[in-house]
Design a protein around this ligand. Sequence first.
Ligand SMILES: C[S@@+](CC[C@H](N)C(=O)[O-])C[C@H]1O[C@@H](n2cnc3c(N)ncnc32)[C@H](O)[C@@H]1O
Length: 507
Amino acid sequence: MDTLASYDDLPYDSVPITDTHPDGLRAIARLFGVAGKPAHACRVLELGCAGGGNLIPMAFYLPGSEFVGIDLARHHIEEASGLIDELQLGNVRVLHRSVTDDLSDLGEFDYIIAHGLFSWVPRPVQDRVLALCARQLSANGIAYISYNTLPGWRARAGLRDMLLAFCDKTARASVRLSQAHALFDLLAPALRLQPTPEAQGLLAEIDYLRKAPASYLYHEYLEETNEPLWFAEFMARAQAAGLDYLADAVLSTMLPATLGEETARELSGLADRLRVEQLMDYARLRKFRRTLLVRRGVAVNSAPDLAAFTGLAFHADLASDEELDFASDTPQAFRLSTGGECRIAHPLAKAAAMSLAMRYPDSAGWYQLLAAASAVVAEHGDERFIGEVAQFQTEWFSLAAYQSVRLSAEARGFAVEVPDRPQAHALARAQARRGKVVASVRHAAVELDEFGARLVQQMDGRRDLDGLTDWLLQALQAAGRPVPERAALLAACHQLLWTLARAGLLA
Ligand SMILES: C[S@@+](CC[C@H](N)C(=O)[O-])C[C@H]1O[C@@H](n2cnc3c(N)ncnc32)[C@H](O)[C@@H]1O
């Protein structure tokens, strides 16, 4: 079997991609009338699984499901196999195979994931991805395919062309990366002096790429293939292969109202949802899509069903620095753990967000949440708001569409606590040994600093908070780093333990 030299030379940083989790995909499918398989009892195939950073955590947290990953880069498969062996997981395997191989021996799958693959492989390989999904999705199976789109990528293509022309095609990936940075150093000072929108746009892109992971820069801008395409073109090819459109993994992008009233009014007369999606891409200058597909013939609602919405569950990792006012619908700010913030106005929605934040990572069903929120508003706010369930639902749907609140197909509890002698679970310790990103039980990437990662490895159930603080103190001293007061260090350890507990990383 051949391998992919550029990925062997510069392996991709493989991390959990929250939007690919079967639980969230099933919740979206349900909104559009499709009954997908439960995340805890399904079969998942990941195409281009790289080092398994997305696939293996799902397998770890969902022991009743079966996971298969394939990747053409030998190094990636070796990396993934090493982690699977260390964790002794029997429900996941990774194979050094290509999507162009006959994979029919692997059987049917309820979820097929291809993230960061489609635009970066030649067209015949793309067609095999679509054919494979059409052939090997189970009856109500869902495929997730992400790809770069036009018109958004048109603006970036200029920089990519310059980089491809400037960097030596025959050199190793690491050398070409240094050459790319040399070109940035040459361009940036000159661009800074030019006030035109084009120059400032290019400068912003260069600034972003200078801080981005090297593997992102390389595989987006220096890889031989990166073919952005129009959504309409993607769907025409998907339909020709025997697939149909289900939805976008990011629901907000499907809502014309997010483009403002005037544009939404223009789009409101159009019945063809694919055409509406394409026109919204024009208006948004969209550069990336995460499209969900089903097999042709599966009945799909053309719009999300708000009745189905109340059958879902929700989880949210957010916090507010303000004192929440449950007696008025003045918008208040909530910080999201993923960065950024959202504003929440209706008292029931504020109370529901607070309730979810307090129980994170647990999720709650709609009616459970409504009851909890109503109780808070009755006790601490204005009772007149309790009857405004429709307003709450509209705002809650919008929060879920923007992913400030995450959708789940079913409510789940994880019994989070910080024991006296904390023990990070096997996956957390194994991932902390390999780098600084560990996967949470909600399939989010938890980033640790160097000492955080080392501390997680010390959490083996033998040390209490004092013992962990002492270890950290000595480790900082040994590394010649500044050592804060012991009380500050103890508070930092305590904080880290709660972060890990909320991420479901303690055994
Ligand atoms: C940009 S990386 C994305 C990795 C991962 N899915 C993610 O998003 O983090 C693309 C991956 O696809 C793999 N790949 C490329 N062509 C392939 C093929 N024909 N068959 C299987 N894997 C392939 C590469 O080796 C690489 O691991």
